[in-house]
Design a protein around this ligand. Structure first.
Ligand code: MN
Length: 290
């Protein structure tokens, strides 16, 4: 069994303090989940992220408090509120991409989890935007479940997937014990948002992430009353997942191409029409040579 604790690093995203859990040197990804930021909770935040591109990934925003306005180069304009998911798909390949802006209301509370999902580059996937205002929610054994993506306990989320994935938001109203069935060859993560959970005698607190990959049939989570945590899982992609800035690709050449294309204004990324003028377009940093 491979099992260890990851702690995050503080970052600034458009003026908002976040804790970045993935990627990091010790662990790049969990299945196709290749980026994980826990943003807030903040009582009075302001996030203004100017137009920036993505490639070969889907951005997955799970809102816990406050609201964020999303606008993208497909013409989508959508506010995401607590209990809702925004899923933006950049599409695959060197001819495709997407760009978007993200803005929160100044001085309002903000609490969210922002994930990226690496797309399987062997699949021909077009850019798309999806908003999911309603997700399967149920209570069992003192734990409130919201299914964000995938299949769990006989429920299925409506969220689009491109490789097998699981995401579940869990809140324990009292001390609770959960048994998580392991899918063959999947990797799992448990991110604590609030409170305390115990996995295999190791205790995890807020902004700590457990990574689990093993041959066993299941693993157990002991959740303390009041704890709030996210269960993530997925099958690793059958390709290299390389990242630079806001780009994912399966080769260095494709990453270099994306940097050059964005900085030269290539039409593959379109433009963000709505309020695009009021936010700066963010330039891509050059990749180091070699
Ligand atoms: Mn983005």
């Amino acid at each position: 069994m491979t099992f260890f604790k990851l702690t995050g690093k503080g970052k600034d995203v458009g003026g908002l303090s976040v804790t970045r859990l993935l990627p990091q040197a010790k662990r790049r990804s969990i299945g196709a989940w290749c980026f994980l930021d826990h943003a807030g909770p903040a009582e009075a935040a302001e996030m203004q992220v100017g137009a920036h591109p993505h490639t070969n990934l889907a951005t997955f925003t799970w809102m816990l408090n406050g609201e964020v306005w999303h606008a993208d180069s497909l013409g989508s304009r959508q506010c995401v509120r607590p209990g809702e998911i925004n899923l933006m798909v950049a599409g695959t390949g060197n001819a495709r991409g997407i760009s978007h802006t993200e803005q929160s209301a100044p001085g309002a509370p903000l609490h969210a989890v922002q994930l990226w999902i690496a797309l399987p580059t062997a699949q021909d996937i077009a850019p798309a935007f999806h908003h999911y205002p309603e997700l399967p929610a149920w209570e069992s054994d003192g734990v409130r479940h919201i299914l964000l993506t995938g299949d769990y306990q006989g429920r299925r989320a409506p969220t689009a997937q491109f490789s097998p994935l699981l995401g579940v938001d869990l809140r324990a109203d009292r001390d609770a014990s959960l048994t998580i069935a392991i899918e063959k060859n999947w990797e799992y993560g448990v991110l604590v948002i609030d409170g305390e959970v115990r996995i295999d005698d190791e205790v995890f607190h807020a902004d700590e992430l457990a990574f689990i990959a093993c041959e066993r049939a299941d693993f157990r989570i002991e959740a303390a009353a009041g704890s709030h945590f996210l269960l993530l899982g997925g099958e690793p992609l059958a390709q290299p997942v390389l990242m630079w800035w806001n780009f994912v690709a399966d080769s260095c050449e494709a990453l270099r191409q994306a940097v050059a294309d964005w900085n030269r204004g290539h039409p593959r990324f379109g433009s963000v029409g709505w309020q695009g003028e009021t936010l700066p377009r963010l330039p891509a940093p050059e990749m180091p040579g070699g």
